[in-house]
Ligand binder design. Sequence first.
Ligand code: ADP
Ligand code: MG
Length: 565
Amino acid sequence: MAKKKQFKAESKRLLDLMINSIYTHKEIFLRELVSNASDAIDKYYYESQGHADASQFEIRIEPNKEARTLTISDTGIGMSKEELEENLGTIAKSGSLAFKEEMKKKEENNNEDVDIIGQFGVGFYSAFMVAKDVRVVTKKAGSDEAYEWVSAGEDGYEITPCTKETNGTTIVLTLKEDTDEENYSKYLETYELKELIKKYSDYIRYPIKMNVETQKMKEGTEESEKPEYETVVEDQTLNSMVPLWKRQKSKITDEEYNQFYKDHFYDYQDPQKVIHFSVEGNTSFTALLYIPSHLPQGFYSQDYKKGLQLYCRGVFIMDHAEELLPDSLRFVKGLVDSQDLSLNISREMLQHDHQLKLIAGRIEKKVLNELGNMLAKDREAYEKFFEEFGVNLKFGVYNNYGMDKEKFQDLLLFYSSREKKYVTLSEYVSRMKEDQKDIYFVSGKDVELIDKMPVVQTLKNKEFEVLYLTDEVDEFVMQTLMNYKEKTFRNAAQGDLDLDSEEEKEALNKSKEENKDLLTFMKEALGDEVAEVKLSNKLTEDPVCLTAGEGISFEMEKVFANMPN
Ligand code: ADP
Ligand code: MG
């Protein structure tokens, strides 16, 4: 009789944590076991230097309702006795400490513990979330010996010799009875298993097979009024194996890209733009990104979750990985499939975070670059995009204390008094008059209202171009930018623009002198309502206008007044 061995202390605690605290995402056990099976086939293939018979490669799922068991088997490399000990008896030390730290932090943070496994992966041990005991039968490729590893969880495991025909590993889970219904476990239902494989392991490179019972019309009864059916067992492959994003770009049709988008990101309309690219090097990854053609549902609500789906070597890890997208690009949908990120806790967590940051940096750069191309090559499309999502790019300017403003400034559009449409800052500057020092803007509720403002009339008469700011955030944007190509932004409705020629100034001074008493009288009559009453050349058609002094503008005042305290 084999001696029962205890799990190493760390494993024991982790096991306890897994079984007791991570409850809602129990279903990921299947993903973890299937991923391990796929890894094992990879290793076998690799070690045989490509000589292994690839037609034998498969992962098989077998539910057995009578026995309440779920079996996952593979034709991979298998494990020797020592490897069984090492791999299933301990959790590699390197990552486990970091993992536990993360776990604690997460738990303190509002109990958002559901994605812990998704992010870090805890592999084999997740089986104990659904199983009361686990039996592993394995035979190492090239060896004559097979072994059985059995454990009922916290109280350790046993290893005994056994027999097994072929190399590979078979894992038998005896499922817990933890539903209301006696003897029921959803992990024994064909439908459920199919769904889970589709959801998490669709892009595993090897076929994941299962015998599925289906109703088939009996041959020869098609024509008759009452066709007869019979139950037949079909061996089905549940996964599609090659992910769209791993295929050659030139061989993917627009239709396929669009359909994938609609299937995976819950949109009924085609995306406006597809960005599909791979990066090789220190961090290797493939990204398939989409810019929606309209605001995603609930985009401005608190519930909206930004982020990209994260895959690791074809295996789905998590939805909405926030770290992969800056806030300014929160409208972008899509996924990242990384080579380097590890599903395993056995690798360093810190490195994991670092990788995510590197990927996020590349993604931001690429998306902004593509937007720049769109602006240059397809103005109409870009304007449509900007109408929906431009405000996010403006946010990119003043977010991060304006540190990133250069990245965004050339992607901004503002309405122009001269062009009567949206223009870029670069276009504005390129047509500035020789003697013009500043970039003029005026803010207001809408284009029509701004257009009627006296100061705008004056500027137009003098043939200066004015940018009309109609978005609440626009003035913040200008304040953060401060200048563009060495030209300062200037709120034309504020202070003195100093546009008058010498003669005009002289004439104005003269009439000021002449009307001194009138101006004093008006100021006295208005009292504290105004700071000063003066004559101005700003007016052309209107007799009078209100002007903000230096400092905070009328529009900014409105924004502040509307802000919740
Ligand atoms: P990880 O996959 O992150 O390394 P797991 O807990 O999932 O950690 O598995 C631990 C180890 O057990 C694996 O690294 C592998 O060496 C071994 N192992 C697990 N499942 C199998 C399998 N089906 N075939 C061969 N080895 C396996
Ligand atoms: Mg694993």
